[in-house]
Design a protein around this ligand. Structure first.
Ligand SMILES: NC(=O)c1ccc[n+]([C@@H]2O[C@H](COP(=O)([O-])OP(=O)(O)OC[C@H]3O[C@@H](n4cnc5c(N)ncnc54)[C@H](OP(=O)(O)O)[C@@H]3O)[C@@H](O)[C@H]2O)c1
Length: 339
């Protein structure tokens, strides 16, 4: 049994972590914290009445270190980097759900997050927590940079193709759509019911901060930089992401070979489901689960692959994947708490 803490319990990611970890047989939640929100967790999230007596306090590093073996940080970017170093120095394991340690180049962080990185020395210690690609490294890691929601759906959708056919890929276009919880709990006019309901729009076109994260890890998988375009959209639903990914190839491939590639790549993966030929993925089939569902189609000239990939942004795109990473780090059953 390990002792875990959740920092950011009053946020959406923190709430889903709480839900999963309360059901996990190998952990005890011993510390929960936030910033301005304090008090009983079942007052902050009334649906947890009779499930927990935990009390949220303002984050205090000494308390976190005393009470926990592992900390989940579900904080806005720029906040995790202020608190990671003392936790690592105290020998604690950390899984950070923010974007602070995902990009290996601080110049990219500055460009896309408009800020200087304040904890450069720990960036190289962070292992990117995408289990399907980096499981061996995660198993030995003390510090995980949990992937972003859009990058998770994109990288899982593309991994088999770019890993094996990287030199054959001419370009990648990712047309992504997310539910509103992707923006977190903070209230902003554009995310209010009246602005989102019965509406659909693109935002941050060619300018979204997940672009360099997707490019960085596609490049690692392909062994070279891939020309990639990423455009997100806001869906009038609470949870879920669907990405339609167009991959132009230089040389034609066969449908049978393509399907075979995806099935073999994910054959032993507990949380990736490749759809039968002709069956399209749907958001409703993955909401509240840690699954990523993937469909693949091929154009008549066999040089355009269309991949559709769906996840729950708060589960496989955040808290569920974080718990999957913890399970791998500690040698627990990988599905524990997640099925
Ligand atoms: N939402 C998603 O779908 C999603 C998916 C993948 C990754 N992520 C990433 O995960 C992180 C959390 O996202 P979220 O959607 O859960 O955000 P959120 O709903 O806005 O919650 C943020 C949480 O952080 C707490 N917090 C802020 N500053 C703090 C500080 N200095 N010390 C302690 N606690 C502090 C807030 O507490 P107060 O209430 O006290 O302010 C709140 O509990 C973000 O970096 C986000 O980019 C989110």
């Amino acid at each position: 049994m390990i002792r875990v803490g959740i920092v950011g319990i009053s946020g959406f990611g923190g709430k889903v972590l709480l839900d999963i970890l309360l059901k996990h047989k190998d952990v005890r939640i011993t510390y929960v914290a936030a910033n301005s929100t304090t008090g009983r967790v079942d007052d902050i999230w009334p649906e947890f009445r009779r499930r927990t007596d935990l009390v949220c306090t303002k984050y205090d590093p000494a308390q976190a270190i005393e009470h926990c073996d592992l900390l989940f940080l579900a904080l806005p970017h720029m906040e995790s980097m202020k608190i990671v170093d003392p936790l690592l120095k105290a020998g604690k394991k950390v899984i950070d759900l923010s974007a602070d340690y995902r990009l290996k180049k601080t110049s990219l962080y500055k460009k896309w997050y408009s800020a200087e990185h304040m904890d450069r020395k720990n960036i190289s210690k962070a292992v990117y927590g995408l289990p399907e690609i980096f499981r061996a490294k995660i198993g030995k890691a003390k510090f995980i940079a949990n992937p972003g929601c859009y990058p998770t759906a994109a990288l899982l959708g593309l991994a088999p193709l770019v890993s094996v056919q990287g030199s054959n890929v001419a370009s990648v276009i990712i047309d992504a759509k997310s539910g509103v919880s992707g923006a977190g709990r903070k209230v902003a006019e554009g995310f209010m019911f009246c602005f989102v309901n019965e509406n659909f729009k693109a935002y941050r076109v060619l300018n979204h901060q997940h672009t360099p994260e997707i490019s960085q890890y596609l490049g690692i998988m392909a062994g070279r930089e891939l020309p990639t375009v990423f455009v997100p959209h806001l869906l009038p639903i609470n949870n879920g992401i669907l990405e339609t990914i167009y991959v132009s190839l230089k040389k034609a491939v066969s449908q049978v070979r393509l399907e075979d590639l995806y099935r073999k790549f994910y054959k032993t993966e507990p949380f990736v489901r490749v759809m039968p030929n002709g069956v399209q993925v749907e958001i409703k089939n993955v909401v509240n689960t840690n699954f990523c569902d993937i469909s693949i189609s091929l154009s008549d000239d066999r040089k355009l692959v269309v991949i559709t990939s769906v996840i729950d942004n708060l589960v496989k795109g955040a808290a569920g994947q974080a718990v999957q990473n913890m399970n791998i780090m500690y040698g627990f059953e990988e599905q524990e708490g997640l099925l």
